[in-house]
Design a protein around this ligand. Structure first.
Ligand SMILES: [Cu+2]
Length: 140
């Protein structure tokens, strides 16, 4: 009795098991990427035509500017009030869609102090090119 005599369902079962396994692994990886440190401060990011606004955990709000502390972890909860935008801090490789009706998260910890650009990376209408904000990272 060789392999050729195995019923077909065994092959089907093996393929299904592999697909489930690969899917589970992919899910784990995605989960890891999204996994912010527990002490990360949550910053609510709102995109709208054509500016960015921010709300800190203590309720402080900023428009067009964001003040963060060096070597602190931050988790951004990003949403849009109108059309699709994309939240981008090129210097720190932060890039995440801002989509109406959902909240996307991304976290980072600025390891450098100074002044950096925040911009929109998704064409969102007339003044898209000027949908910018300044990131100030304070501390040494
Ligand atoms: Cu935009």
């Amino acid at each position: 009795m060789g392999h050729s005599n195995w019923p077909e369902w065994i092959y089907v079962a093996v393929v299904i098991a592999l697909l489930v396994y690969v899917g589970a692994e992919a899910w784990n990886i995605e989960n890891l990427i999204d996994h912010a440190p527990e002490d990360a401060e949550i910053i609510k990011v709102t995109a709208q035509q054509w500016f960015w606004s921010f709300e800190h955990a203590d309720g402080t709000k900023e428009i067009g500017e964001l003040h963060l502390k060096k070597d602190h972890a931050y988790k951004f909860e990003i949403h849009s009030k109108d059309v699709n935008h994309n939240f981008n801090i090129p210097e720190f490789l932060v890039l995440m869609d801002a989509v109406p009706g959902r909240i996307n998260t991304v976290w980072f910890s600025p390891n450098e102090s100074g002044e950096f650009d925040i911009q929109c990376r998704e064409y969102c209408g007339l003044i898209h090119y000027n949908m910018r904000a300044k990131l100030f990272v304070e501390g040494s």
